[in-house]
Design a binder for this molecule. Structure first.
Ligand SMILES: Nc1ncnc2c1ncn2[C@@H]1O[C@H](COP(=O)(O)OP(=O)(O)OP(=O)(O)O)[C@@H](O)[C@H]1O
Length: 471
């Protein structure tokens, strides 16, 4: 007698004890297809008592039973559809023949019902499909909301300084290190942060921006760390995830980090060090995996020196540094950017405008303290207002030139000739001085007058560097 046959009674006993309490229908038959064990769940399913079933051929209890076929063929039936004759219900079942190790003969079979009611299963699958669809939709929405618009192609430049900057940023994108981006307001720090995220292995996850200067100090903590339902008066019942949680596996961009209050700096440092956040009013820490990119137009080293910025946080965020040069140091970009912004305007508003070389030269005389943001703004206004397709120097309105501190044509007072001449002279001298940063030799040469004459007239009209006489 084979070992398994010798122990079959024991096996039946053990299986019975284990499976009788489990709500999964299970059955054991011997090599003749006689039911040797049936658990309570299976007996209930067949609407018989255990005693009625045990010792009887399976085909007698369920006329559709396939045990005779399986025991004969010796083939496994895995996840097969089966209709129980007694109840008429469709189910999915496993039927596994048991082989004796020594003789290789079939000594019985183990059966199990995977799903009892196929209709329920189908409903469940449909529901699941629907939920998956909904989930995909929401995932896509979240991705849209928290995704980045910009990549390297959006950073237009023909300046070697900027190209070097782009190369460094590309290197930074290949690492997972924290990056500090410095540069004047409007130079493109956020564009760089987005491009780094887009190129990094985190690009499929959110890019979340926190503007440290725009969020009031008392709200910053809950914005960053979220809060538990009912954590404070006015808090929503469900609670709210913080930016750290939202950015999990992605990038958290701290704009204007130099404006972060010191109290928050300490909390931020702790999260960066420990990689865990706790919602306000919450009791458990949650692991977060975020890369930090911070930007500032302030000199953080100076802020550290004056004790306005934590030195330890400075070193944590300043692992890699990118300094974006201001537009005044890359005036060669002005023509390219102007063309790019005109192209954008054409796409958005249908204004198909170009800009003349002469007009670009006027724009290049200005220092652009608002950098690219300011240039973009002005180009858009020119595109909308210019009468002809090519924006000429003359299209740049006097108001705009004044704003750019490059007045091209004087306005005339209603006084006598002498006064008019004086007004014009004062204006021309002042504007020439401004254009050339109060470089008197240059201004005198442009105005074609001796330097001594220029000094005399400056004195007469009260023109001093930084103090402009009124018209
Ligand atoms: N190289 C560039 N090519 C094209 N557009 C640019 C470039 N750099 C910046 N811009 C545009 O200029 C505007 C300002 O850029 P951005 O917001 O990235 O500047 P920022 O340095 O982050 O400003 P702030 O310090 O005020 O937050 C944006 O509209 C951006 O699209």
């Amino acid at each position: 007698m084979s070992t398994i046959l010798k122990n079959f009674e024991n096996v039946v006993d053990v299986v019975d004890r284990i499976f009788d309490v489990i709500p999964v229908p299970v059955i054991l038959v011997d090599e003749k297809g006689i039911i040797r064990m049936i658990n309570r769940a299976f007996a209930d399913l067949l609407k018989v008592s255990k005693q009625q079933a045990i010792g009887r051929p399976a085909v007698e209890v369920d006329h559709n039973s396939k045990w005779p076929v399986v025991l004969k063929s010796g083939e496994f039936d895995i996840a097969k559809k089966h209709k129980f004759a007694r109840t008429g219900e469709d189910a999915v079942v496993h039927r596994i023949p048991i082989y004796d190790y020594d003789s290789g003969e079939i000594v019985g079979g183990f059966g199990m019902v995977l799903f009892q009611n196929l209709k329920e299963l189908r409903d469940l699958a449909d529901k699941n499909k629907l939920l998956e669809k909904k989930l995909d939709h929401y995932k896509q929405r979240v991705r849209q909301i928290y995704s980045t618009k910009y990549s390297w192609d959006n950073i237009k430049t023909c300046s070697s300084k900027m190209e070097a900057c782009k190369q460094n940023a590309k290197k930074a994108a290949r690492t997972d290190l924290n990056v500090l981006i410095t540069g004047e307001s409007g130079v493109g720090k956020e564009i760089f942060a987005q491009a780094i995220h887009n190129e990094s292995h985190r690009s499929d996850h959110p890019f979340i921006k926190v503007n440290c200067a725009a969020i009031p100090e008392n709200l910053l903590e809950s914005e960053l760390f979220g809060y538990q339902g009912g954590a404070f008066t006015g808090a929503s019942k469900e609670g709210k995830p913080g930016k750290f949680e939202l950015a999990d596996k992605g990038t958290l961009f701290f704009d204007e980090i130099g404006d972060m209050p010191k109290k928050m700096q300490a909390k931020l440092l702790r999260v960066i060090q420990e990689g865990e956040v706790e919602r306000l009013g919450g009791q458990k820490e949650q692991e977060v995996d975020v890369r930090i990119i911070a930007a500032t137009n302030k000199n953080l080293e100076e802020l550290v020196a004056t004790d306005d910025f934590r030195e330890d946080l400075f070193y944590r965020i300043n692992v890699l540094t990118l300094n974006i040069p201001p537009l005044k140091d890359r005036k060669e970009d002005i023509a390219l950017l102007a063309e790019d912004f005109l192209y954008e305007t054409k796409q958005e508003m249908g204004e198909n405008k170009q800009i003349s070389q002469e007009a670009v030269e006027v724009l290049q005389k200005y220092d652009w303290p608002g950098n690219i943001r300011q240039l973009k703004n002005i180009i858009q206004r020119l595109a909308v207002n210019a009468e002809t397709t090519v924006i000429e120097k003359s299209d740049i309105p006097i108001k705009l030139l004044k704003q750019l501190q490059i007045s091209e044509s004087p306005s005339y007072p209603e006084e006598g000739l002498n006064e008019i001449v004086e007004q014009v002279e004062k204006k021309v001298i002042r504007e020439t001085l401004e254009l050339y940063d109060f470089n008197k030799s240059m201004a005198a040469s442009i105005l074609n007058i001796p330097r001594s004459t220029l000094y005399r007239k400056m004195k007469k009209y009260g023109l001093k560097e930084g103090i402009y006489g009124s018209d």
